[in-house]
Design a protein around this ligand. Structure first.
Ligand SMILES: NC(=O)c1ccc[n+]([C@@H]2O[C@H](COP(=O)([O-])OP(=O)(O)OC[C@H]3O[C@@H](n4cnc5c(N)ncnc54)[C@H](O)[C@@H]3O)[C@@H](O)[C@H]2O)c1
Length: 283
């Protein structure tokens, strides 16, 4: 049975760790902001209690969450004696690279190194590291304890055992697992969502419709549960901003540069639900 380390306990990592613990895996989580981590874990526990009451989870899931989820005060403490590492820190290549370079030197070859990154491929993180065959993307959706999907994607160097162990862990966490056979930016869902969001941002930028009306149109006309602006607020505007910036830095096409209204919000710290304000006000 795997034992799981999660590095990064923001809105994604805290709940990914919760899913592992709920499935009965010994789980340890570390975040450099311990106060934020504790509050995210408390938030997850309250959510879980609510979902148990609604019958979506069993009482044993809540007991496992309490028994198997531990927090650590350093990365070394988190990864100690673990067989499977999931990284879920901020979407910045240099931060992730530093973590993987450090831990890949310390961990045995058979420890799987997975990243929850939305846009950075495992091959890029594996480049300067030892044993690239154990690197894989394991991509959850926000909020992980409610969203039933994990996308797996892997570079050609990744070995079969790593792929199978990742698929099995995802299934044991109670998620539906889909596997991309080649690396592609955004995997399946975000690649398709990016096309929709780009078009929604363009409509708003061109002054064709207010963002609220664009959301209403998509919800009522396409039966999507949330509009693209609501969804951006939920996933975090910084995620969209940095993803777009990364594409721009590769293409240098001004069309790919993040829209000015998005850049202004990110610079002001209006990142969506997590900060209380994005396109909509959540205060
Ligand atoms: N938000 C989403 O909808 C979503 C969905 C799927 C995947 N992701 C991916 O998950 C990852 C995390 O996103 P999030 O939404 O949880 O962001 P978040 O801002 O809520 O959390 C990021 C966490 O990383 C921590 N961190 C930063 N540097 C660190 C370091 N050196 N060591 C330890 N912790 C560190 C921060 O303190 C913070 O708590 C990103 O790679 C993102 O692309 C996000």
């Amino acid at each position: 049975m795997e034992s799981v380390a999660v590095i990064g306990g923001g809105q994604m990592g805290s709940q990914i760790a919760a899913l592992a613990a709920m499935a009965g895996y010994e789980t340890n989580i570390y975040d450099k902001d311990i106060k934020n981590l504790k509050s995210k874990i408390k938030f997850t526990e309250e959510n879980l209690m609510n979902l148990v009451e609604k019958g979506r989870y069993e009482k044993t899931h809540l007991e496992n969450f309490k028994n198997y989820l531990k927090t650590a005060e350093s990365i070394d403490e988190t990864i100690n004696n673990k067989s499977f590492v999931i990284e879920a820190v901020v979407e910045k290549l240099d931060v992730k690279l530093q973590i993987f370079e450090d831990i890949s030197k310390k961990l045995n070859e058979d420890v799987v190194l997975a990243t929850n990154s939305s846009f950075i491929p495992a091959s890029e993180l594996a480049k300067p590291c030892e044993h690239p065959s154990r690197f894989i993307n394991m991509h959850f959706f926000y909020p992980p304890i409610r969203m039933d999907l994990v996308e797996i994607s892997y570079p050609k160097e990744t070995n079969k055992e790593t792929i199978e162990r990742t698929q099995n862990l995802g299934k044991d966490m109670g998620r539906t697992v889909v596997t991309c056979k080649k690396e592609t930016p955004g995997f399946i869902v975000n690649r398709m969502l990016a096309a929709l969001t780009d078009e929604a941002y363009k409509l708003y930028d061109e002054g064709i419709a207010d963002f609220k009306d664009i959301d209403i149109a998509i919800k009522n006309g396409l039966h999507h549960p949330r509009g693209p602006f609501e969804l951006s607020d939920y996933s975090g505007l910084d995620i969209h901003y940095y993803a777009k910036l990364k594409i721009y830095n590769e293409t240098k096409d001004p069309e790919d540069y993040p829209k000015k209204f998005l850049e202004e919000k990110v610079k002001k710290g209006d990142l969506g639900v997590k900060t209380g304000k994005g396109f909509y006000d959540y205060s």
